[in-house]
Design a protein around this ligand. Structure first.
Ligand SMILES: [Ca+2]
Ligand SMILES: [Ca+2]
Length: 739
């Protein structure tokens, strides 16, 4: 399964971007035209691996937004054993490659616990990243529960290729060790979630195809026409209208067109590259002689295409998530040529995202409509599925994959696992759709609810009732949300048996039908832990959660510590603080990192550069503030301190920093702004070295080990300077689904 990819992306479903591996599965097996996600990352993945609805297993939202309610606490629980656990108990070798995002965000570090890491959920081998996204050039990567750095010393390294190499190697070794042992491999690359980071070769190859020169409106027409031709939308399907809130391509300036085309080229290159690498893993299965008897399920996207890149795209997702928009002129000047490289953490302009969900309305995050939830999917199994190239239109959902696997393997859903009684699996098997004579069989799935951030829908036997989203995900939270989340929403009604794309709203004409479905939603929501409904987004991202840093104001370290996740690090945001390093400088002078968090896309570092002390504050790659001593430190013991006085209250305010050596001031500077909400998610806190990216490329390269000794490094944090009013300001920003 790929990430953040709507129905109109893959060539297999009428898209213009070549996806030959998905084409291959579709030609060898079946294509499904009514398959659904939850509209967001962690929730879809929790549903996929457990066969239960996302709220049923604690994943109403992404793990970074978990709250205490059972439907939202990010705890899957031992009563919901995953498909990994079930298959492992039945003799399968189980493995997981790629994105995880189903571990509570407060359990990412070596402190564990590990019961909700892949190895604790029945997956015997894990090679991937724990969060919602990661830099593909310098990923925050784990093998099982150990952090690894495979790119060091490998110029041109990209995780997308490395992951395929690792999966292939794993399959070969497994085959060598036990050729007859059945295996289950869960393969979930970071593509095509932001950052869009394909290799330069793929950018060149896809750019040369000029797929996007005519813009997003023409692209939509093209995809719609391809879809009709391929039969992946029924005849008579209407193309839903372009929303008034998004600009039409022909209203743009030449500069805008140039920049936005580049963004789409790089995104498309990432799609094609990701598919290519998936294809190599499939080829490895064939090379081992196992293709005919392997069930391969290829799902394009865990939700619709993402609108988290702002209206004009961004070279730095970490900035756009905190409300910063980069002017088009600046993007062209500084980032056009390096778009997609390690110098960027990019995302594309919102209108592309809408177009890539053709023929539907809406996109990622919006669970009420198919633009958020309809995914292209193909299933192949040559020994069993004989209707090669067939189409299937039955209505299905992520939760139906586990029961399908259980039925075809002849494994019964366990009543108990490790002594714990199991909750029933909530999906239905799709095995009945495999045979040609059942191509048009009525769907065995009759009802499915959808809910995310208050947007919701209920499907029942060909009808769907859906709330109208009160705000587009691109509005970055500036729109007012209904205060009455239960009764404050407008509803739409569609007969999707005849109206595949949700074009013709029947709500006004058929109030009784709408009422019937609204009542059914309440019944289903009650059944699956959806209540209490909650349409807050940022509030849920910043509410307190279990944390190893809670209540601590003093943090001490010594020696070298690398790769501490930011949730376990001292947070210097929105407060005064002092960092004190007691160091021993070697003969010949000291050099290297004392302490850092973040890197190229935001963060800070206290280091010695050619013997001189430096404190560097990188404001989201927009501006770098620097304090530097003029004298080199003599060999021997010294104390280097950085003292910051925050000028709050409020988010992202400035303050005055003083750099001292042995209690003597060596630099003093006032700065106007700081990072308001979060440090980059996939960079870490490091003492005595720097992992991944440097806070200033002009100063040093990673790992920048400190050549002296750190006897003691201390952080002293003052209280956060936020008022109740400041917390209300948070309502204006959307950090929806850092997923
Ligand atoms: Ca996703
Ligand atoms: Ca770093």
């Amino acid at each position: 399964m790929t990430d953040d990819a709507g129905y109109g992306i893959a060539s297999t479903f009428g898209g213009v971007i070549p996806t030959p591996a998905l084409d291959r599965i579709a030609k060898m097996g079946l294509r499904y035209t009514q398959f659904h996600s939850t509209a967001l990352c962690s929730p879809t993945r929790a549903a996929l691996i457990t066969g239960r609805n996302h709220h049923s297993v604690g994943f109403g939202v992404v793990t970074e937004q978990s709250t205490g309610y059972p439907g939202y606490d990010s705890i899957i629980g031992p009563e919901n054993a995953t498909i990994g656990e079930i298959l492992k108990e039945n003799g399968y070798a189980t493995s997981w490659f790629g994105k995880e995002h189903n571990t509570p965000s407060f359990q990412y570090s070596v402190a564990g616990p590990f019961d909700q890491w892949p190895v604790g959920m029945g997956f015997e081998y894990f090679y991937g990243f724990m969060g919602g996204d990661t830099d593909q050039w310098t990923p925050y990567l784990f093998r099982n529960t150990t952090q690894i750095f495979p790119w060091i010393g490998k110029p041109g390294y990209n995780l997308t290729t490395d992951m395929a190499d690792e999966a292939i190697k794993y399959l070969q070794e497994l085959n060598a060790a036990a050729p007859d042992k059945p295996f289950f491999l869960y393969y979930v690359p970071g593509g095509t979630h932001s950052p869009h980071q394909p290799t330069p070769e793929w950018i060149e190859k896809i750019s040369a195809m000029h797929l996007f020169d005519k813009g997003w409106n023409a692209l939509r027409e093209q995809i719609y026409s391809n879809q009709k031709q391929l039969g992946v939308i029924p005849p008579g399907t209407e193309l839903t209208p372009w929303p008034d809130e998004l600009p039409k391509w022909d209203t743009l300036s030449a500069d805008e067109k140039k920049l936005f085309s580049r963004q789409a080229d790089v995104f498309a290159a990432y799609v094609a590259y990701t598919d290519h690498e998936i294809g190599r893993v499939i080829q490895a299965v064939e090379d081992l002689g196992k293709l005919d008897n392997t069930l391969i399920i290829y799902i394009e996207g865990d939700n619709g295409t993402s609108a988290e890149g702002t209206m004009v795209g961004t070279p730095n997702e970490m900035a756009s998530l905190q409300g910063v928009t980069f002017p088009v002129a600046d993007q062209l000047k500084y980032f056009y040529d390096v778009w997609g490289s390690s110098k960027t953490y990019p995302h594309m302009a919102v209108p592309w995202s809408w177009a890539f969900d053709t023929p539907f309305k809406w996109m990622k995050q919006i669970a009420s409509h198919f633009g958020g939830t309809r995914q292209g999917m193909a299933i192949a199994w040559p020994n069993r599925i004989k209707d090669a190239g067939g189409l299937r239109t039955q209505f299905h959902h992520m939760i139906d994959i586990v029961p399908t696997i259980l039925e075809v393997t002849g494994i019964r859903a366990p009543v108990m696992v490790n002594g714990i009684a199991q909750k029933p699996i909530e999906g239905v098997s799709m095995d009945y759709t495999f045979d040609k004579e059942n191509a048009d069989a009525p769907s065995k799935r009759h009802t499915q609810y959808f809910e995310m951030f208050g947007d919701r829908a209920i499907y029942h036997d060909g009808w769907i009732a859906a709330t109208t989203p009160p705000a587009g995900p691109w509005e970055m939270g500036l729109a007012k949300m209904p205060t009455d989340v239960v009764n404050g929403y407008k509803w739409e009604l569609y007969n999707i048996a005849e109206d595949y794309s949700e074009y013709n709203d029947l709500a006004a004409k058929m109030p009784d039908k709408l009422r019937e479905l609204q009542e059914l939603f309440l019944v289903e929501a009650q059944k699956y832990n959806v209540f209490p409904l909650d349409n807050s987004i940022v509030q849920r991202a910043i509410v307190p959660r279990p944390s190893a840093t809670a209540g601590r104001s003093v943090f001490t370290y010594s020696g070298e510590v690398s790769g501490l996740p930011s949730s376990d690090a001292p947070s210097i945001l929105n407060r005064s603080y002092t960092i004190t390093a007691e160091v021993d400088i070697p003969e010949g002078g000291g050099e290297g990192m004392l302490v850092t968090e973040g890197g190229r896309f935001g963060g800070y570092g206290l280091y010695l550069l050619k013997g001189k002390p430096v404190f560097l504050y990188n404001l989201l790659d927009l501006e770098r503030f620097r304090w530097e001593g003029q004298e080199t430190l003599a060999p021997g013991k010294h104390t280097i301190a950085f003292d910051f006085t925050y000028q709050g209250p409020g988010f992202g305010k400035g303050g005055t920093g003083v750099l001292k050596v042995d209690d003597k001031e060596v630099a003093n500077k006032k700065i106007p702004n700081t990072i308001p909400f979060v440090m980059p998610f996939d960079e870490t806190f490091d003492v005595g070295m720097d992992t991944r990216t440097p806070v200033d490329d002009n100063d040093y390269q990673v790992p920048f080990h400190f050549t002296g000794k750190i006897a003691k490094l201390t952080f002293k944090l003052e209280p956060e300077q936020l008022t109740e009013a400041d917390r209300k300001v948070m309502h204006q920003y959307v950090i929806r689904g850092k997923d």
